[in-house]
Design a binder for this molecule. Structure first.
Ligand SMILES: [Cu+2]
Length: 176
């Protein structure tokens, strides 16, 4: 028996579709669309955990210990951002007040993001209230760590109308 010749549209004259590359292509497209959907969903779930991208990252003064005093970062264009804890050393589990003092900028929003450096301790990013005169405060609580001692990064995020500035501070936790 002879197969009928393919018509120009790739379909047998009888109407049957041969198992062609076309079906494979549809399958690959479908997998592609599913993968894109997966990436979108995962990205959406992760987005509040990821730090917002900063236009400018400024390192705080080297060697400054947040457990002992306020630590300042000098901005390249003049002005400064200073972070301090109301309780020193910074406590675990017990609430404390974080304070950010901003000079030379008019922030529209100030946040501090607390993140474990070697372990995921969940989203902890209080937004600070404007107290006037460049002073912003919020209450924060750090969770106790099962390992007892761990390294933290407290990133101060200052948003102005035109840019977002990040100052990453490091400290170790586990003091009583
Ligand atoms: Cu931990």
């Amino acid at each position: 028996m002879q197969l009928p010749a393919l018509a120009d549209n790739g379909v047998f004259p009888s109407g049957e579709r041969p198992v062609t590359a076309l079906n494979k292509k549809i399958l690959i497209d479908a997998i592609g669309i599913l993968l894109i959907a997966l990436v979108v969903v995962v990205g959406y779930k992760l987005s509040p955990i990821l730090l917002p991208k900063a236009d400018l990252t400024v390192e705080p003064e080297p060697g400054c210990d947040l457990h002992r005093r306020a630590c300042k970062a000098l901005l390249p264009g003049g002005g400064s951002i200073e972070l301090s804890s109301s309780v020193q050393p910074i406590p675990m589990v017990k609430p404390f007040t974080v304070q950010v003092v901003v000079r030379g900028l008019a922030p529209s929003r100030v946040m501090v993001d607390f993140a474990g450096i070697d372990m995921n301790m969940g989203l902890n990013r209080p937004e600070l209230l404007d107290q006037g005169d460049g002073r912003f405060v919020a209450e924060a609580t750090l969770p106790v760590c099962i390992t007892g001692w761990m390294d933290w990064q407290a990133t101060v995020l200052v948003e102005t109308g035109s840019q977002r500035i990040a100052v990453p501070y490091r400290f170790s936790g586990g003091h009583d």
